[in-house]
Design a protein around this ligand. Structure first.
Ligand code: MG
Length: 155
């Protein structure tokens, strides 16, 4: 078995779509970044890549490369999944925590878990998602995501 861990943060910017876990959430601000800023998919991508000791997301998809401007972050996650699979592993489960002041994730949690499950080809009861507000952190202008993944060797 293998374990992987990923972390990411993006800054809120007014007037752009908010993408979290491949889902567009209704909100006044989205997450800035070179790609679509999907902080959760970026953390999951790094968790998967880390689990098989592959290069990290920034190395595989450098922000300096114009090709990734505005990219759907599902592309990054699919590549990480392909690398894990090529290394001989499949996913047992993933778990994640989002830390953001707004919007409330609760009403969207099921849709986000469903979306991530679909992208990873695993059942949604194998996708954990918790949401926290950044109490005392002074990071209300950012969204932060932590993710862990557990892999098993394919038969
Ligand atoms: Mg990122």
């Amino acid at each position: 078995m293998r374990i992987g861990y990923g972390w990411d943060s993006h800054e809120f910017k007014a007037g752009i779509p908010l993408r979290i876990g491949g889902v567009t959430l209704p909100h006044s601000h989205g997450l800035g970044g070179h790609s679509d800023g999907d902080v959760l998919l970026h953390a999951l991508t790094d968790a998967l890549l880390g689990a098989v000791a592959a290069p990290d997301i920034g190395t595989l998809f450098p922000p300096s490369d114009a090709k990734w401007k505005g990219a759907d972050s599902a592309v990054f996650l699919r590549e990480a999944l392909a690398r894990a699979s090529a290394a001989g592993y499949s996913i047992i489960n993933v778990d994640s925590t989002l830390i953001l002041a707004a919007p409330k994730i609760g009403p969207h949690a099921a849709a986000i878990r469903e979306s991530v499950a679909k992208l990873l080809n695993i059942p949604s009861n194998c996708v954990g998602l918790k949401a926290k507000t950044p109490e005392g952190m002074g990071t209300d202008n950012a969204a932060i995501a932590h993710a862990v993944v557990l892999l098993r060797e394919k038969p």
